[in-house]
Design a protein around this ligand. Sequence first.
Ligand code: F6R
Length: 621
Amino acid sequence: MCGIVAYLGDKQAEGILVEGLKRLEYRGYDSSGAAVCNADGQLNLVRSVGRISNLAEKLDKGHLSGTAGIAHTRWATHGAPVEKNAHPHLDHTGKIAVVHNGIIENFGSLKKWLISKGATFHSDTDTEVIPNLISHFYHKEGQFESGTTNAKKLEMATRLALTELVGTYGITVICSESPDMIIAARKGSPLVLGVGDGEYIISSDAAAIVNHTSRAIYLGDNEMAVVTRDGYITSTIDNIPVASKVEKIEYTLDEIELANYKHYMEKEIFEQPDKIRACLSGRIDLNEGSIKLGGVMDHARELVQARKLNITACGTAWHAGLVAEYIMEELAMLPTEVDYASEFRYRNPIIDQNTLQVVISQSGETIDTLAALREAKNRGALCIGVVNAVGSTIARETDCGVYLHVGPEIGVASTKAFTGQVTVLTMLALFIARRRHMSQQKLHTYLDALNRIPDQMAKILEQNDYIRQTVEPYCDKENWLFLGRGYQFPVALEGALKLKEISYIHAEGMPAAEMKHGPIALITKEMPVVFIVPKCSQYDKIVSNMEEVRARGGRILAVATEGDEDIKKYAEHVFYVPDTLEELQPLLTVLPLQMLAYHAAVIRGHDVDKPRNLAKSVTVE
Ligand code: F6R
């Protein structure tokens, strides 16, 4: 949720660190800081509350000189977002600085013990125990043989300190007595080491690396990299060498630039036609009438023989999972259950060797989703990842999987990842269905309809101005309802989530029929109700629900199928989507809702890409 950048090379570190932090700002943005070692072996530190621009302004006044440094953008967990809690944190001697993502669960007892040994603390964070613990071992009499270099002492002290920690961490460490070295280590929180030409950039996210180099090492869990001017060494925390692979970062700088858009969310909404085309590309073949998913081919037999499918995910990814529940049962005839990843391991999920576990995550780092994956794996399920971020922890820990290929998603509110997830899950359902029972002709009908989705999305996006004008008069309404049935029920949930997370309007999504069991009491002309009502098997029933709302003075907006003029009798405003197969409708009906939420947030004056209290990737439980 927070972001880490570290640099060691031949350039001044300050600018590179600040630029890297800006690229990571979407991950957390309540405070930030940087520590740089200069040629005289001094470690200087600057921290600031608020956006990275505040830190940059502060640095303009007295800059940090040196070619090795570490930096951090924070999303507060322990301790309020005030300067003393911003990272980096120093040990009590001021020689060792650490930035940290994650949570140290036993920090309370460690802090007490360190204080008893003479350490002093200045923040309310859990992180501050890390530099102090390293410092304890680093300075401890008799800990090292005489003649041990400072660099070796720092490395060994860090290893010793890390074995004392309970919880999760991605850290980088720098020390004024070893100014030509940075240590990076991870347990449960991602770190990538970018290998440039005579320089190294370490980050929690490849977005801060890609403008320097496309060559990177994704550190594994419980691994450490010791980076010096002569190169790097990777090992486990307890010092077993690891032969790490240098991989290519899959995306380019263009993909993480805003281009002509005002916000990343806007850009990502508009990218959907191209990105869904990329997601389908090479996987569906209309001429052959086939579907190829290279990432699961080796497990095709288990997929076909499965008796049950469990899906776990959080937030928007969970909504994609709910859509998949309908699709899997309809197309693949596979009994499917969908769980919040955060609840999954607190039940007693029934799993055997005929159970498939599908884990959906844009970032591939959501800690609850990761924990659910590990639980399912321990219980013997074959685990399939539906992940966007290549090389992420979930992608690495699943047995097999299908990447979204929709490019990096930076806007905090997920948009193209949702449609990418639903696309991949639909292809997965068809992959299983064809191998179980689906006729070639029927598969062809689905492939043909899937192939038309990107162009149909582009057509919906043409309504952008109309959606903005329509939503404007409703923007002062503080409570909204989103209603749909069948495939549109998860879309209703997603529409409500988009609206609340960026416009801070209270919104609820629910199955349209459930409205009668309570929420109907809320209906007044002050409460806009959005019905998602494309031509589908439950169309007439939804129209009845619209009548019920209208009879009580509710204001209705609708998402409906092109050509459906009748719907105008029930709704004040209609956003039309092209016709497609019922199973594919969520890929289209969600777009007007994404645009509606986006415009509502902009009109209400919110920072769409940095909504209050949110972070892009939730790496704490
Ligand atoms: C909402 C949103 C979140 C994420 C959720 C899971 O717009 O972005 O609800 O969907 O935090 O994140 P991932 O998919 O990265 O596991």
